[in-house]
Design a protein around this ligand. Sequence first.
Ligand SMILES: NC(=O)c1ccc[n+]([C@@H]2O[C@H](COP(=O)([O-])OP(=O)(O)OC[C@H]3O[C@@H](n4cnc5c(N)ncnc54)[C@H](OP(=O)(O)O)[C@@H]3O)[C@@H](O)[C@H]2O)c1
Length: 325
Amino acid sequence: MRTAWYERNGPAQDVLQVGTMETPEPGPGEVRVRVQASGVNPSDWKTRSGSRPMVAPRVIPHSDGAGVIDRIGPGVTDRRLGERVWLWNGQWRRPYGTAAEYIVLPAAQAVPLPENTSFAEGACLGIPALTAHRAVTTDRPCSGEIVLVTGGAGAVGHYAIQFAKLLGAAQVIATVSSAEKAEHAREAGADAIIDYRTEHVVERVQALTNGHGADRIVEVDISGNAHLLPQIVARDGLCVAYGSNGPDATFTFGPMILTGAAVRFFIVYELSAEARRIGIEDLTRWLQAGAMTHRVAAEFPLERIAEAHEAVEQGRFIGNVVVIP
Ligand SMILES: NC(=O)c1ccc[n+]([C@@H]2O[C@H](COP(=O)([O-])OP(=O)(O)OC[C@H]3O[C@@H](n4cnc5c(N)ncnc54)[C@H](OP(=O)(O)O)[C@@H]3O)[C@@H](O)[C@H]2O)c1
C-alpha cells in the first residue's frame, strides 16, 4: 500500500517520507479500512516533531480518518464489510495511523459514517468533534449555561459552539482574532463575538453577560488566558482547558478562590469508554439529522503530506486539513 511515515522526530519536510509498505491484514476483533481521507490535527505535528516519544521505530502518522471497511478479522460480523466509517485513535499508542491507503484497527474504533457526511468531513470527527463534545458536556450539562468558547474559529472551537447551542446553552460567546474568523464562528451559531486581539475581553464578557460571567469556558489556550479567568468566570463556573500554547499556566490564588471556579483538563485520546460512547451517540444523531456543519479547508494528496503538516502547524487555514491517501 501507499503510505507516509517517519522514523525520527523532526521538521515535516525532513522526516516525513512517502512510499510503499505491505498492506496489513486484520487480526481477531479488527477491521481493515480503505482510508479515503486522513485528518491532520495539531497533535499529529506535535507528536511528529517530538512532543511525545516515538512509539515504534517507524510511525505512520494521524489518528483521524474515514473510509470503507474492506476486510474483517475473526469475530467481527460480516455485516460490517463495505461499511462507511470514521476512525478515532488511529495513531494513539499504536504505530500505524491513517496516513496510508489502509489501516487495521479494533472494530470499535471504526464508527458508522452517515451517507450525508463526506469522507473528508468524517476525518474531522475523531479529535476535533469528540474534543468539542467533551468540552461542553464534562462535569455537568451545558443547557442553560453561558458558554465562552475561546478560539471559536478553531477546528475544536467551531464544533464546540455548535454543540453548546445544540445542547441548549443560554448564550454562546466566542473569541476570535479576525473578521473572517468572526464570520466563521457566527456561522457556527455564536451569539456574540469578541476579537481578543483588539477588544478588552474582560469588559466585553462582563457587558455581554450583564456582569454574570461565563458559566463554562471552553479554553483553547490555558497558558495565555489563565490570568483572565477570575474576571470572566461566573461564580462556581467551570473552565475546561483542552489546549495550551505554552507549557505552564499560572493562576493567582486570591482572586481564583473567590470565584469557586473549577478547572478541568482532559485529553480526547484517553476519554473513558462511557464519555466516548455518549460522544459518539450524540455525534451520530446530529450527523444523521444534518445538524452539524463542517469546514474542510484544504485537501492534500498523500505525496504532499509535509505541506499539510506545515499548514496545520502554521494555522494557515480556517478549518480542517485532510490528506487523501
Ligand atoms: N485536549 C485534547 O484532547 C485536545 C484535542 C484537540 C486539540 N487540542 C489542542 O487544542 C488546540 C487547538 O486545536 P485545534 O485543532 O482546534 O486547532 P486550530 O484549528 O489551529 O484552532 C486553534 C484556534 O485557536 C485560536 N487561538 C490561538 N491562541 C488563542 C488564544 N490565546 N486565545 C483565543 N484563541 C486563540 C487560533 O486562532 P488565532 O491564533 O488567530 O487566535 C485558532 O482559531 C491545540 O493546541 C491542540 O493541540 C487538544
